[in-house]
Design a protein around this ligand. Structure first.
Ligand SMILES: Nc1ncnc2c1ncn2[C@@H]1O[C@H](COP(=O)(O)OP(=O)(O)O)[C@@H](O)[C@H]1O
Ligand SMILES: [Mg+2]
Length: 970
């Protein structure tokens, strides 16, 4: 196990602070070179190969300019260590192979002194009043410690003391050995799940040993890495995140986060503080809502603070919090101003002297007992020498009205700021633009001047109580002591200056984190958006949108996209702009499909707009992605004509590009649509060609529409076409290959997909138990991950199997339930296929009326959408049910009606070359004709179709046909 501190020459590497120090002082080194330095030092004396570096620093399968990336990192290390590649003291190049760290290394586990984790405040005078509120929080904490957690909300105006109260209880918690997690929301930084990201980041930074970190993150590690990409750099062996259907990935992520919270709380009772929830984005609030639901049996107390005055503007917040309060999952503590005697106590704490009642009441009157205002006013008066007389005692008479202008918090703060040196004011302006929390690193990179002079300015601000250092977090080093102070600084800047500062900060972030920019896309989008650099704003907003969509933070993604589209108007018209806009609509389309549904009209609009724009640019891959997205929408909307036209275009385009991934995608799309249209022969051709372009090693980029693996997709649908075309044995074999491939890929959505399709094929082959076994497996996966589409289909097939195994009532109930689940997806396809089992189950239980109703619904779906895959079987079942219905209100009850339906079924099946449906319909017809003493015709027609089969003689359809043929004397 690597030691915590590793010393060489005048340097030391500290694993817990994740820092390089020279003679005790931190040395600037970016994260990737630092990662690499740790690796090299850990294997000192030994060769570390370039392959090993690549794998451990960036992880497997990452595309980048490898050589360049490694060389750059090594160059940065040498620079930081003042090392020379010609006569190296530390890092020696082993040509073509890699590097060796040659200095003598001493390892120790001695912990450097660390300040305890600060929550939010610098040290202040002791708290005044708030006894009742504190008692409430104490109770909450005790409840949580005994396993009954809950959400406590502290509300009130800015400066009223929400943070202070939370801080106070945090202190109590620490004394009771309750672990503390703190996260902040920000007015400006629109990063999805921001406070949770901060919590995770701090947690990760507090754990020294990778092994311990791995243990702590547990099974959830790979989902948590979505929040904090750098986890993958620290723990390169983390499995990749599950590639779930977009709609499910959010749920899975939420569950993982809550499981993680439950686990760490079960190890040690925990207090989680979420600050400034009035700024929380939707994703944060949803996750909080989710967590709140589960708190009651967790040793976890959550405290949320927010300004109730800002409630109405954030409706999402109002709803989440209201729901929690109403469901008694949360309790609210509303803070008001302090009474005069407590203001007096505050003043005594601040001054160390007891103020006369008149002074306390004057200050109370001016501030309404708002503690922040009390403090600021006190400092202001003190700095102006207005408080004390020559003997150092309070003036007994204090008239604040003597101030030239009416006092307000902002004004008082502004006056205090004005007393700082101009260099410090400048520094604060940059810091305020960076945010409530700012790292020294970025502050320095965005300012002129050397580290020492900037540090001096920070110290001046710190002495004035305007900022304070936040310990133990290498990224966040300082914070404004109150958001109102930061706002006062911002308010004092002209718009032009603010714009320039945003540009400088953005530029500093870009330079400082050049090798891990994806961790900063949200911040860069924010700063560039306010900087006047529309070009970069759009680019980073687009990245941030895609990243948010990946985290299933779709509201956030949509907000980024809207802003980006707006900023795009500032670009000069032309190809560049069109390309950007297309990319944005593509991201938007995918995100909308995930939130609203695969066939969402909103997604269709986004893709259509992109499609229009594609005329202005020549970018084949982009055009392919746009058409592919649109195709997916049409297919799920059951607009097969439009889908097949697009499929043809996709194929033509792919052929021009001659790229296997695109060819695969095009054949897959076109084959799928043709299959649904009942054009089995050509569907098969395309699907088989698709399979030929498939290479399991080459993963399809996420930007392609489907969630399932394309290889499994092509195999499954080829199996379906084979069954239709009269090759049941080959169909079973093919679907077996699909299942095997899915197992190998071990990808949940694909596994569920293959298992359901195995069930479908087995259902068609009438292998009742096998079909049931397949869908049971699928249902298990779908329930775990929440795939309603396949959960619905699986449940229907299970019901069908039960009905065939003598449990008609239970079977029917399951089918109806499955249909309900499927309906929730809003999908327009598959209805004929899914209504048929219902009709069959009713038929089995002798309920012809309901059976016919189901058949009519299936028929209506066929007519409406042109989904003809199962059309023949719909007619056949209609005939079967017609024979059954004796006293029904439906007209069709006579034998001739049945005969007509069977003949229709045969005609459709013939037109589609669906030998299997033809055989089934012919058997039904032959049976009827035999009863009507037309045995010859029956025998001839049955023999004719039976002879078309060269395999599948073990399947029930063929066996029944054979028995009938024998009876007919064939
Ligand atoms: N009850 C109190 N006793 C002493 N000081 C307080 C009290 N409440 C708040 N303060 C001080 O007032 C300032 C503003 O409080 P803070 O908790 O940051 O307000 P909020 O979070 O509501 O905006 C802080 O400096 C804090 O230490
Ligand atoms: Mg606060």
């Amino acid at each position: 196990m690597p030691a915590n501190i590793c010393r060489f020459a005048e340097y030391e590497l500290d694993r817990s602070a994740y820092q390089l120090r020279r003679k005790g002082r931190p040395v600037q080194l970016e994260r990737i070179p630092l990662d690499l330095l740790f690796i090299l030092a850990d294997s000192h004396g030994q060769l570390v190969t370039r392959e090993e570096i690549l794998e451990r620093v960036w992880g497997k399968g990452v595309f980048l300019d490898t050589d360049n990336a490694i060389n750059t990192a090594v160059r940065k290390i040498r620079h930081a260590l003042d090392d020379d590649s010609d006569s190296p003291r530390f890092v020696v190049t082993v040509p073509t192979k890699g590097y060796r760290f040659v200095a003598e290394v001493h390892e120790t586990n001695h912990q450097p002194f660390h300040r305890g984790q600060k929550t939010v405040h610098s040290t202040k005078t002791s708290i005044v009043g708030r006894e009742r509120e504190l008692a409430e929080l104490h109770r909450g904490l005790d409840d949580a410690a005994s396993g009954r957690g809950r959400l406590l909300l502290i509300s009130g105006e800015p400066g009223i003391g929400k943070t202070r109260l939370a801080d106070e209880i945090a202190g109590v918690a620490e004394a009771k050995r309750v672990a503390l997690l703190v996260g902040h929301c920000s007015e400006e930084e629109a990063v999805p799940f921001l406070p949770f990201v901060e919590i995770l980041e701090r947690l990760v930074e507090s754990i020294r040993e990778p092994a311990e970190l791995r243990r702590k993150l547990g099974e959830e590690g790979s989902e948590l890495a979505r929040l904090l990409p750098k986890l993958r750099r620290i723990l390169p062996e983390l499995p990749p995140p599950l590639n779930l259907a977009p709609a499910q990935s959010r749920r899975h992520f939420f569950n993982s986060f809550c499981d993680f919270a439950a686990r760490i709380a079960s190890e040690q009772p925990t207090l989680m503080i979420l600050e400034d929830l009035h700024w929380a984005d939707d994703s944060t609030l949803s996750l909080l809502g989710h967590l709140t639901q589960r708190l009651s049996d967790m040793p976890l107390m959550v405290i949320g603070t927010y300004r109730d005055a800002d409630m109405n503007v954030t409706r999402g917040l109002a709803k989440t919090l209201e729901d929690s309060l109403r469901g008694r999952l949360a309790t609210r503590v509303k803070l008001k101003g302090l009474p005069p005697d407590e203001v007096a106590a505050m003043l005594e704490g601040l001054s160390g002297k007891s103020p006369p009642a008149s002074v306390a009441s004057e200050i109370h009157a001016e501030t309404d007992g708002n503690p922040f205002f009390v403090e600021e006013l006190f400092h202001h008066l003190e700095e102006e020498n207005r408080l004390y007389d020559s003997s150092g005692q309070f003036h007994s008479e204090l008239k604040i009205g003597e101030l030239e202008a009416p006092p307000s918090v902002r004004l008082v703060v502004a006056r205090r700021l004005a007393r700082l040196s101009s260099l410090t004011q400048k520094m604060l302006a940059t810091a305020a633009v960076i945010g409530r929390f700012f790292s020294f690193e970025i502050l320095q990179a965005s300012s002129e001047g050397d580290a020492d002079s900037i540090l001096e300015r920070v110290e001046e601000a710190e002495k004035a109580g305007l900022v304070f250092p936040v310990a133990e977090n290498p990224k966040v080093r300082f914070a404004f002591s109150h958001e109102l102070i930061r706002q006062a600084v911002i308010a004092g800047l002209s718009a032009a200056r603010r714009q320039r500062l945003h540009l400088e900060v953005a530029d500093a972030i870009e330079r400082t984190f050049s090798d891990s920019l994806q961790d900063y896309w949200g911040e860069l989008a924010f700063h560039y958006n306010r900087s006047g650099n529309a070009r970069k704003a759009v680019v980073y907003l687009g990245y941030a949108a895609a990243q948010a969509a990946q985290l299933a933070a779709h509201t956030q993604a949509a907000a980024y996209i809207d802003t980006a589209l707006e900023r795009l108007r500032d670009w000069p018209a032309g190809v560049d702009r069109a390309k950007q806009e297309i990319a944005l609509h593509l991201t938007s389309g995918r995100s909308l499909q995930a939130t609203i549904g695969q066939g969402a009209p909103e997604a269709e609009r986004a893709y259509t707009r992109a499609y229009d724009l594609c005329r202005e640019v020549e970018d084949a891959p982009q055009l392919f992605r746009v058409m592919s997205g649109l195709w997916g929408v049409y297919q799920v909307q059951a607009r097969f004509q439009a889908a097949s036209e697009l499929g043809v275009k996709l194929l033509a385009l792919a052929k021009r590009m001659q790229h296997p991934l695109f060819l695969l995608g095009a054949h897959e799309a076109l084959g799928t649509t043709l299959l649904w249209l009942g054009e089995f022969t050509s569907a098969r051709e395309h699907l088989e060609q698709g399979s030929a372009f498939y290479d399991p090693q080459k993963r399809r980029p996420e930007s392609f529409r489907a969630m399932q693996d394309p290889g499994v997709d092509c195999l499954s649908f080829t199996a379906l076409t084979l069954w239709h075309l009269g090759y049941p044995d080959q169909a079973l074999k093919k679907i077996g290959e699909a299942v095997a491939l899915a197992r190998k890929l071990a990808h949940p959505y694909t596994l569920a997909y293959a298992a359901v399709h195995a069930g479908v094929i087995q259902q068609l082959c009438r292998q009742v138990q096998a079909a049931r076994d397949s869908v049971e497996r699928a249902i298990e996966i779908c329930s775990k991950h929440g795939f309603p589409f396949f959960l619905g289909i699986g449940t229907i097939i299970r019901g069908w199997a039960l009905a065939h195994q003598g449990q008609e009532a239970e079977g029917t109930a399951q089918i109806l339930h499955g249909l309900d689940i499927y309906r929730t997806t809003g999908s327009g396809i598959n209805w004929p296929q899914l209504l048929l089992p219902l009709a069959e189950a009713y038929e089995l239980s002798g309920n012809a009326v309901e059976g016919l109703r189901a058949v009519e619904a299936a028929l209506a779906a066929v007519e409406k959408t042109g989904e003809r895959r199962d059309e023949a079987e719909v007619y056949r079942l209609k005939g079967v049910l017609a024979l059954r219905s004796k006293a029904s209100q439906y007209r069709i009850q006579s034998q001739s009606e049945a005969e007509e339906q069977f003949r229709k079924a045969i005609e459709v099946a013939r037109r589609q070359s669906s030998k299997s449906w033809e055989l089934r319909a012919t058997t039904s017809l032959a049976r009827l004709l035999a009863k009507q003493h037309e045995r010859d015709e029956a025998r001839v027609m049955l023999a004719e179709i039976y002879d078309c089969f060269s395999e599948g003689f073990d399947t029930l359809d063929l066996k029944e046909a054979k028995t009938l043929l024998d009876e007919l004397g064939g």
